[in-house]
Design a binder for this molecule. Structure first.
Ligand code: ASP
Length: 453
């Protein structure tokens, strides 16, 4: 049994839905279909999820919401018309929105999640109706009925482990199941969503629950590329990645696949494949626990901006018991996540996402760090880009850092930081944001040189 998930661009209009139908028909093992909300039909279009966020805001602020609601309903109506699906589906969808808008929420965040989730929920209702019309017996299943339970974190829910056992029963369905992605329910029955892009997570959770032989994630690219095609012209495609490599790459900027989606698939050892709805015969990229060794040491190059570093220097820091704990306690007091903490003998830096703090909080943080730690020097630097080279092969090879540093030095790119994760699956460089595209390009050229004829 395979679980197959389609992203928003695969469900954006009737033409795309016909491709979805064909893909499902092509393989009798594709028994559970997890769907996103309709996405963009072209570059200037809006995703239904974004329209729903706008609608939630308008309803909350008691503003006129008719135009936004109409635009959302039209997205579904257009698909129903194009595919000549039974018009009664549109009555169900319209009623769902009427009911949603009338619902009084006592918590604004719960309200926002309910609006966002309705995009996938109605998409699943529509897809199931389409399959049935085309002679493929299908049924819509709500995550509540299937027992997909989550933690009480609006907009950022996490799956609860008992969900997997509950979902196993989906295996028994005679019909193809169409399952809305992106949300689950707390034990109290409250609907909550995962973080944005979270339908990938739902797909992986369902795949784990039903013990699928494969989790197929359909999107709009032929494969995952070695580097961002916006920075490198025609980068190579990746045939196979390990879960660890994929995790590192999606953390640092690969947006093809939600990084949290890997965990449920990984823990059950279910192989994942990323494929293209618009070109389903392309092999795509497969993600597995291990992969055969090959000559290619580096699997991918990623980059991500929006970081800042806070440098703390103090003579004899290395001998001061509890220093690190006190630093981190101050960060915790400000409710700040940190990403990395490279350190020297008398200094350490904390790398964190810059959007977590206002200017005022930053000033207060610096004041506390300097005074409470009696630091000699505290400095902050914004505009940092994290550049990552990823590859399982690095563990057993020498010279990868040297090669990367040489390439960056020759391009006159200054390194603010180097950090090699303990797993040796990745090496990270901190550079100035303005050098991002150039740095990715020179690393690509260094590790993936064009073949000479
Ligand atoms: N529709 C949701 C979003 O835009 C979830 C998803 O598509 O995966 O974030």
């Amino acid at each position: 049994m395979k679980v197959i998930k389609f992203g928003g661009s695969s469900l954006a209009n009737g033409t795309q839905l016909k491709k979805v139908l064909q893909i499902v028909k092509d393989d009798a093992d594709r028994r559970i279909v997890v769907v996103s909300a309709p996405g963009k039909r072209n570059d200037s279009d809006e995703k239904v999820t974004d329209l729903l966020i706008k609608l939630a805001d308008e309803v909350k602020n008691k503003e006129d919401h008719q135009k936004t609601l109409k635009t959302i309903l039209k997205r579904y109506q257009d698909i129903v018309d194009e595919l000549e699906i039974d018009p009664s589906v549109m009555d169900i969808i319209s009623k769902n929105y009427e009911k949603l808008i009338q619902t009084k929420f006592y918590n604004e965040l719960y309200a926002l999640d309910a609006y966002k989730a309705s995009g996938e929920d109605n998409s699943a209702i529509l897809v199931a109706a389409f399959f049935n019309k085309e002679g493929i017996p299908a049924k819509y299943v709500n995550p509540k009925d299937a027992g997909l339970l989550v933690t009480d974190n609006p907009g950022n829910a996490r799956v609860l482990p008992e969900s997997f056992k509950n979902l196993y029963a989906l295996r028994d369905s005679k019909e193809i199941i169409v399952f809305p992605g992106f949300f689950g329910y707390t034990k109290d029955g409250q609907l909550l969503t995962f973080s944005r892009g979270g339908s990938d997570i739902s797909g992986a959770i369902v795949a784990n629950g039903v013990k699928a032989s494969l989790y197929e994630n359909f999107t709009d690219v032929d494969a995952i590329y070695v580097a961002n095609p916006k920075m490198v012209k025609h980068p190579k495609k990746i045939k196979q990645l390990t879960y660890r490599e994929m995790r590192e790459l999606s953390y640092s900027g690969f947006s093809v696949f939600h990084d949290e989606a890997l965990q449920p698939a990984f823990s059950a050892g279910i192989p994942v494949v990323v494929k293209n709805t618009n070109n389903p015969s392309a092999p795509g990229t497969s993600i597995t626990r291990t992969k055969p060794e090959n000559k290619q040491i580096v699997s991918g190059i990623a980059s991500s901006t929006g970081f800042m570093s806070i440098y703390i220097g103090k003579y004899l820091m290395n001998r001061e018991v509890g220093f690190g704990r006190r630093v981190l306690q101050i960060f915790e007091d400000f409710n700040l996540n940190f990403e990395h903490m490279p350190s020297g003998i008398d200094d350490l830096s904390i790398i964190l996402r810059a959007n977590q703090m206002t200017m005022q909080q930053e000033q207060e943080l610096l004041y506390r760090l300097k005074n409470e730690l009696e630091a000699d020097d505290v400095q902050v630097k914004g505009g940092i880009c994290l550049l990552m080279i990823v590859g399982e092969g690095m563990v057993n090879s020498v010279g990868t850092v040297a090669k990367a540093c040489t390439a960056l030095a020759e391009a006159d790119i200054n390194l603010e930081m180097i950090n090699q994760g303990s797993s040796e699956v990745s090496i990270m460089f901190g550079i100035d944001e303005k050098d991002e595209a150039r740095a990715v390009k020179v690393l690509y050229d260094a590790f993936f040189p064009a073949k000479k004829d």
